[in-house]
Design a protein around this ligand. Structure first.
Ligand code: NAP
Length: 320
C-alpha cells in the first residue's frame, strides 16, 4: 500500500505520486550504451503498472526517441491516470547543439513533443536549460500561452540558478524546478529552497540515486566505459567515491530493518523529505522499477530518516 501521499505540482492542478520514473535511459542512446527499445517500453509500462504516476523525459534523451518510446508504452493506458513531464531547449538546427529558449522555438518544441508522445497535452513542460540571450520571463510567457491553449498544464525550469528562477518567475507562472540534488549533492538546493517555498514552486531532484551509486551495488573496484556518463562524474572519483561508499554502508542496517534494499530506503528518505515533491529514479531494467516502486510502501521513522541524513553529512557542504 502506498504510504507516501500524492503531491500537487506548484500552483497547477497536476498531481503525482511522490515517486516518478526518470527515463533518460529509455531511448537515451546518446547518454548510455547498449540500450534496448523493447526493454525501455517495458520499463515504462512496469512503472505505470506498479502505481508510479509520473514519467520524466526530455527531447534530448535520444533526440526525441525517449518521447517516442513513451508514446508507444502509454497507448493502452488511461491518459488521465498518469502525468508526463518533458523538457526542451536543445536546438540542433545549425548542425551542432545550441541551447535555445526563444519563444517561437519552445512553441515548436512543445508541438513536436506532443506528436512524439502521441498525446494532446503535456502535464509538465520544463525549459531544460537556460540560454544566455532570451529574457527568462519571455520564455516562460511562451509556455504560459501554451498552457492557456491547453497544450501544457504546468510550467517548469531546469538547471536554472536562483537568480534565473526569480527572473523566470517574474509573472508567477513557474510551478516546478528540476535540478541536480541527492544525498551526495545536498548543498545544491539549499540556496533556492526558501524562494521555492515562498512562491509555491515544487522541487524535483535529478540523479537521486547518484546514477546507481546510492543503490549500494558498487564497491571500490567499479569502472565504467568511456561512453557511459558515469566515467566522467565526480561522484565516482576520489575522495567522494570512498566517502559515498562509507555512508552507504551505514544505511545497510536501516534497509535490513525493513527487509528492504538500500535504494528503497534512500528513495523513502526523499519521499519523507518535505522539500522534495517527486523523486524520479531512472531505470534500465524492469526489475529496478519493480524494486524502486516498492519504496512507496516503506514508512521511514524519524530516527532512521535522521540517521540517513547524518550518514551523508560529509556531503552537506560543497566538496567536489
Ligand atoms: P539516477 O536516478 O540517480 O540513477 C538511475 C540508475 O541507477 C539507473 O539507470 C540504473 O543504472 C541504476 N538503478 C536504478 N534503480 C536501481 C536498483 N533498484 N538497483 C540497482 N540499480 C538501480 O540517475 P538518472 O536516471 O540519470 O536520473 C534520474 C532522472 O532524472 C533521469 O532519468 C532523467 O529523467 C532526469 N534527469 C534530468 C536532468 C535535467 O537536466 N533536468 C539531468 C539528468 C537526469 P544501472 O543499471 O546502469 O546501474
Amino acid at each position: 500500500m502506498q504510504y507516501y501521499k500524492d503531491v500537487k505540482i506548484g500552483k497547477s492542478d497536476v498531481t503525482s505520486t511522490p515517486l516518478g520514473l526518470g527515463t533518460n535511459a529509455v531511448g537515451g542512446y546518446n547518454l548510455f550504451p547498449n540500450l534496448n527499445d523493447d526493454t525501455g517500453v517495458e520499463v515504462v509500462k512496469t512503472a505505470l503498472d506498479n502505481g508510479i504516476k509520473l514519467l520524466d523525459t526530455a527531447y534530448v534523451y535520444g533526440l526525441g526517441h525517449s518521447e517516442e518510446l513513451i508514446g508507444k508504452a502509454i497507448k493502452d493506458y488511461d491518459r488521465s491516470k498518469f502525468v508526463i513531464a518533458t523538457k526542451g531547449a536543445h536546438d540542433f538546427s545549425s548542425g551542432h547543439e545550441v541551447i535555445n529558449n526563444d519563444p517561437a522555438f519552445l512553441t515548436k518544441q512543445v508541438d513536436e513533443s506532443l506528436k512524439r508522445l502521441g498525446t494532446d497535452y503535456i502535464d509538465i513542460y520544463y525549459i531544460h536549460f537556460p540560454d544566455d540571450k532570451t529574457p527568462k520571463a519571455e520564455a516562460v510567457g511562451a509556455l504560459q500561452k501554451l498552457r492557456e491553449q491547453g497544450k501544457i498544464r504546468a510550467i517548469g525550469v531546469s538547471n536554472f540558478s536562483l537568480d534565473q528562477i526569480k527572473e523566470a518567475n517574474a509573472d508567477g507562472y513557474v510551478d516546478i524546478v528540476e535540478d541536480q540534488y541527492s544525498l551526495l549533492h545536498q548543498d545544491d538546493m539549499a540556496e533556492m529552497m526558501p524562494y521555492l517555498k515562498e512562491n509555491n514552486i515544487s522541487f524535483v531532484p535529478y540523479f537521486p540515486l547518484a546514477s546507481g551509486l546510492l543503490t549500494g551495488k558498487y564497491d571500490k573496484t567499479a569502472t565504467f566505459p568511456k561512453d557511459d556518463i558515469r566515467s566522467s562524474m565526480d561522484d565516482f572519483k576520489e575522495p567522494r567515491f570512498s566517502k559515498a561508499l562509507e555512508a552507504i554502508d551505514k544505511v545497510r542496517g536501516i534497509a535490513s530493518n525493513h527487509n528492504a534494499t538500500v535504494s528503497q530506503v534512500i528513495l523513502a528518505w526523499y519521499m519523507k523529505n518535505p522539500d522534495i515533491s517527486v523523486v524520479i529514479p531512472g531505470a534500465k531494467k524492469v526489475d529496478q522499477v519493480l524494486v524502486n516502486s516498492r519504496a512507496m510502501e516503506i514508512p521511514l521513522p524519524d530516527k532512521e530518516y535522521q540517521a540517513i541524513d547524518d550518514a551523508f553529512s560529509y556531503f552537506k557542504v560543497a566538496k567536489k
